[in-house]
Write a protein that binds this ligand. Structure first.
Ligand code: TEU
Ligand code: CA
Length: 538
């Protein structure tokens, strides 16, 4: 048996720094802004902050294009600010998890500037190149944000490979010098006292463009184990690998309890269920609840004792869950709480994305000019050219744009939601007068108070961390219910995942249990109200 780890009990809160809190009126959130809000986070009860990238960057992809891994972008503050954040967060019982973007750098990183100079430059082999002729692409591979994955460099007569934007050239992990530079950089951050790392698109580092392989390349786990041995294993860190391409078997490697790779895996199988099969995320389909239950249950049972899940509905790339799978109109608070109960009751480490704890919703800007995300803007252009109707494109954007998650944090009902005294880099969701932290903090029945209570319960009851998961009523089209069992303790999580009442066949057996949390006032009855959810201990 493996020993228990602190991060198995932890709750992580993700901060997207440019949208969290601006401290100097330039309209962009920054590190001093985060420091100001630490008491808020301590009140919520979280243990760690996953901080989206704050390193030096031209901001082509909002910091996921790094030009200096060992400095802070002036937009966010200074290295001294970062050190202060690490120190002050610690005083509040919070660790800082940094976002490591290791698949690619910015094209303005000094390594790439050198690499472009000539084929025999010592840095040339830090990136992935293909000889060729202009206009004849090496192959058909496409980039994540549209267009081909190859970019021509006339001076060299070569193409470079990029899985994301043209400004994000892929690093060549086959080169041991690249790996050594990365490990030294990680060790340098560890020295500074960071509490862990989130590894961006880590499943794509071992690419083999000749074979058209991007995710899950043959060398992937060898590279990760070497990195883990050389760096993470020298500290007591939480490490989480982002892996869109992970299946259960791979997840067991990523998150093996022997610690040879990462603490846990952040995989997305449940997230892709409401899109048309074989199409893009913009091609919407209704969520099949029965399927969602099966997928989540599979991850719960398969990783039990053999790996560790990250539990999440949201991040900076995903639309707001209350708008997506809940109801952001009449039942906003009820459905936000229902989704929280379901997630926090499962085994794994829960992640809360900034504003989720307030029940923040998607946004609908009238015109494309209000949008900022490179993925959204490229898609808009591409689909217009392909002849899609503007209205249909906007409908996809309203449902799926990454900017839904990136509007500023809604702190209070003063102008710009208390986010900035200047002009925000992206507009605030106009519903901030109704939905904001100020209001939520005053109300013991708010979504915020509910999250606070869920976090507290996790610390009080070991069944949350260790209990075995069993899905109940798998074919029920409305109810999502499961139990967790640890020794003599049994906990039921039961939720009506719909806006219609639902009769609950579990009620008779469970009605005398002790209610831990419930999202409606009054007793839990046989007929569940819309989005009603309850957690019961036997
Ligand atoms: O995202 C990984 C990734 O594959 C995304 O492109 C994802 O497919 C897309 O956001 C879905 O809409 C990570 C980061 O989380 C993302 O913000 C970065 O843009 C991306 O890597 C490149 O670094
Ligand atoms: Ca600022």
């Amino acid at each position: 048996q493996y020993e228990k780890k602190w991060w198995q009990q932890a709750v992580v809160y993700q901060i997207y720094p440019r949208s969290f809190q601006d401290s100097n009126g330039d309209g962009i959130g920054d590190i001093p802004g985060i420091i100001e809000r630490l008491p808020y986070l301590e009140k919520l009860g979280i243990d760690a902050i996953w901080l989206s990238p704050v390193c030096k960057s031209p901001q082509d992809d909002n910091g996921y294009d790094i030009s200096d891994y060992q400095d802070i972008d002036p937009m966010f503050g200074t290295l001294a600010d970062m050190e202060e954040l690490i120190r002050k967060a610690k005083d509040h019982g919070i660790r800082i998890i940094m976002d490591l973007v290791l698949n690619h750098t910015s094209d303005e990183h000094p390594w790439f500037l050198e690499a472009k100079k000539s084929k025999d430059n010592p840095y040339h082999d830090y990136y992935v190149w293909e000889d060729g002729v202009e206009g004849e692409l090496p192959n058909e591979m496409k980039a994540g944000f549209g267009g081909p994955a190859w970019e021509w460099v006339p001076e060299l007569g070569q193409y470079y490979f990029h899985q994301f934007s043209v400004k994000q050239p892929d690093l060549n992990w086959e080169n041991p010098k690249v790996r050594r530079e990365i490990y030294d950089m990680i060790l340098w951050w560890m020295e500074k006292g960071v509490g862990g790392f989130r590894l961006d698109v880590i499943d794509q580092i071992a690419k083999e463009p000749d074979l058209e392989i991007t995710a899950n390349g043959p060398m992937l786990h060898a590279f990760i184990r070497e990195m883990s041995r050389e760096t993470f294993q020298k500290g007591d860190l939480i490490t989480v690998g982002e892996a869109w391409g992970a299946d259960v078997e791979r997840a067991k490697l990523y998150s093996h309890p022997n610690g040879s790779e990462f603490s846990m895996v952040f995989q997305f199988e449940h997230i892709g269920l409401d899109q048309q099969e074989g199409k893009e995320k913009w091609d919407l389909a209704p969520l099949p609840l029965v399927k969602l239950k099966k997928v989540l249950a599979k991850w719960q049972t398969e990783l039990h004792g053999k790996g560790w899940n990250s539990l999440f509905w949201n991040n900076h790339d995903l639309p707001r869950i209350v708008s997506r799978w809940g109801n952001d109109g009449k039942y906003r608070a009820e459905s936000a709480k229902m989704l929280a109960v379901l997630l926090h009751g499962m085994q794994g480490t829960p992640y809360i994305y900034q504003g989720e704890e307030l029940g923040m919703t998607n946004v609908q800007f009238e015109d494309i000019s209000h949008y900022r995300d490179i993925e959204t803007l490229n898609m808009y252009k591409e689909r217009l050219e392909k002849g899609y109707e503007k209205e249909d494109i906007m409908a996809s954007i309203y449902a799926r744009s990454r900017d839904n998650a990136r509007t500023p944090m809604q702190w209070d009902d003063t102008p710009n939601a208390g986010f900035t005294s200047g002009t925000p880099w992206i507009e605030v969701n106009p519903n901030y007068t109704r939905i904001n932290a100020g209001k939520e903090l005053e109300d013991p029945e708010s979504v915020f108070s509910f999250y606070q209570k869920l976090i507290r319960l996790r610390k009080e009851h070991p069944v949350f961390v260790e209990g075995e998961f069993h899905l109940l009523l798998p074919e029920d089209p409305q109810i999502f219910a499961y139990t967790r069992r640890l020794g003599d303790t049994e906990m039921l999580v039961c939720a009506n995942f719909s806006d219609q009442p639902a009769t609950c066949p579990l009620w008779k057996e469970w009605k005398d249990g002790r209610v831990l949390i419930h999202n409606y006032p009054g007793e839990y009855e046989e007929e569940l109200k819309p989005y009603e959810a309850v957690m019961i201990l036997l």
